[in-house]
Design a binder for this molecule. Structure first.
Ligand code: PBG
Length: 310
């Protein structure tokens, strides 16, 4: 294969640019001599600091990047899979050709005074706009006050340092990517804060007919991450959740090789929680995702999800 230029589109936030740098390093190791050009895209989701639902949901972080892929400004797009909508197909003519090896999936509490979640005083202002995080805090710590904070991780850290909020919830993997693991006060266990579908996963999207871009992506693919992400995104698709749906879940490869999927659906205040945990052969991630989603639907997930405007 003759190495050529590969143009990679991504959001222009520091975290997104750090993610593309990981892709570039891994491509360079696999294809010495391949020239990679980064195409930074500022999305409507990055510009808009109000509720995502005003922009039609999580597509606000992806649609302009998708457009660059489709119109040829880029040959590949890198997305955080947690930001890719699950209630609509990927844009026609594109496909996720690979998922990189998964990063950490935990959320972290950032508190400048070093206090753990259970040590925070009533009324402590927690900066988050995630309905998933708000619902789970409401379930266990209803005395804490969630304050909407949008923007990229760096701008949220600045809001914390400015005293606009008393604490933040952010993903460990995102902080690691921007070199701010130092800001973590407490890594929250998965029972307290179940992660979003696709947490810690970077997806490589290419045009369907571009065989060379497919080959570049395939070299970076991690099969375990593909199985976990496929189970999780199948769950999300069957539930037809949207950006305002408090849906959480993560797949895990057990030591015996089976695939496990744990998922939850919450009412916005966290007072209602539907929980399902099932296993399947690792070669059947779609079967597992579908089965867990149907279990949650039988428990009433449709009514919980549809009760939330979006
Ligand atoms: N929309 C924000 C976003 N998208 C992906 C991550 C974290 C990294 C990941 O899960 O891949 C974050 C930051 C956060 O949730 O703290």
């Amino acid at each position: 294969m003759t190495p050529r230029m590969l143009k990679i589109a991504t959001r222009s936030s520091p975290m997104a640019l750090a993610q593309v740098e990981r892709v570039r390093v891994e491509l360079d190791a696999a294809f010495p001599g391949l020239r990679v050009e980064v195409v930074p895209i500022t999305t409507s989701g990055d510009r808009h600091l109000g509720p995502l639902s005003q922009l039609g949901g999580k597509g606000a972080f992806t649609k302009e990047v998708d457009a660059a892929l489709l119109d040829g400004r880029a040959d590949m797009a890198v997305h955080c899979m947690k930001d890719v909508p699950g209630d609509r197909p990927v844009p026609a003519g594109t496909v996720f050709a690979a998922y990189l090896k998964r990063d950490d999936i935990h959320d972290a509490l950032l508190h400048p005074g070093g206090r753990r979640l259970e040590e925070l005083a009533a009324g402590t202002r927690i900066g988050t706009s995630s309905v998933r995080r708000v619902a789970q805090l409401g379930r266990l710590y209803p005395e804490l006050e969630c304050v909407p904070v949008r923007g990229n991780a760096n701008s949220r850290l600045a809001r914390l340092e400015a005293g606009d909020v008393d604490a933040l919830l952010l993903a460990v993997s995102g902080l690691e990517r921007i070199g701010r693991s130092d800001a973590v006060t407490q890594v929250l266990d998965l029972e307290t804060m179940c992660p979003p579908v696709g947490a810690g996963v970077l997806g490589l999207q290419v045009r369907e007919g571009d065989e060379q871009a497919h080959r570049y992506a395939a070299e970076l693919a991690d099969v375990g991450t593909w199985r976990q992400t496929t189970a999780e995104r199948t769950l999300l698709h069957v539930l037809q959740g949207h950006c305002n749906s408090p849906i959480a879940g993560y797949a895990y490869t057990e030591p015996d090789g089976r695939l496990s999927l744990r998922a939850r659906v919450f009412s916005p205040d966290g007072k209602t929680i539907l929980d399902a945990h099932e296993w399947a052969d690792a070669t059947q991630p779609e079967v597992l995702g579908t089965s867990v989603a149907l279990t949650l639907l039988r428990l009433g997930a449709r009514q919980v999800i549809d009760a939330i405007p979006h």
